[in-house]
Design a protein around this ligand. Structure first.
Ligand code: HEC
Length: 122
C-alpha cells in the first residue's frame, strides 16, 4: 500500500504537479529527480551507480547487501534526518572518501522536502 502510494504520488508529480498529494513529498519528489540517474527509491528497486534508497531514513549507512560501498560509507551513518541533511548538503565533507559524485543540494528547503520524500519511502 505504501509502495502503491509512492508510485502513485510519483506518477502524479511527473504528469500533473497540480494534483500533487502531499506538499513536502511533492516538492521532494522533484528534488529527487537529481538523484534518479544513480538511485532508485521503490522497495526492491535495483541498485544503479548508487544503492537503492528505499527505507534509507533510519537504516545504517552502507547496508544494502547487494551494493558495493566504499569503506568510508560503510563506516558512516546511521541515517536520520540530521545526518542525511548534512550528507546531502555536502556529501564530500560529511563523509570524506565516499564515492558519490554529487555536489550536494545547497538549498535548505529543497533538502527538507527531499528528506520528507525519502521518509515517505521508508
Ligand atoms: C552520480 C551518481 C549519484 C547521484 C547523482 C546521487 N548519488 Fe547518492 N550515492 C551514489 C553513490 C555511488 C553512493 C555510494 C557511496 C559510497 O559507497 O561511498 C551513494 C550513496 C548515497 C546514500 C547512502 C546510501 C546508503 O545506503 O548508505 C544516500 C543517502 C544517497 N546517496 C542519497 C542521494 C540523494 C538523495 C541524491 C540526490 C539529491 C543522490 N544521492 C545523488 C551516487 C549518486
Amino acid at each position: 500500500m505504501k509502495r502503491m502510494f509512492a508510485l502513485l504520488a510519483f506518477g502524479l508529480v511527473a504528469s500533473s504537479p497540480g494534483l500533487a498529494v502531499a506538499q513536502d513529498a511533492d516538492a521532494g519528489a522533484k528534488v529527487f529527480n537529481q538523484c534518479k540517474a544513480c538511485h532508485t527509491i521503490e522497495a526492491g528497486g535495483p541498485n544503479r551507480v548508487g544503492p537503492n534508497l528505499h527505507g534509507v531514513v533510519g537504516r545504517k549507512a552502507g547496508s544494502v547487501e547487494t551494493y558495493k560501498y566504499s569503506d568510508a560509507m560503510k563506516n558512516a551513518g546511521p541515517w536520520d534526518e540530521a545526518t542525511l541533511d548534512a550528507y546531502l548538503a555536502d556529501p564530500k565533507s560529511a563523509v570524506p572518501g565516499n564515492k558519490m559524485a554529487f555536489a550536494g543540494v545547497k538549498n535548505e528547503q529543497a533538502r527538507k522536502d527531499l528528506i520528507a520524500y525519502l521518509k515517505k519511502n521508508s
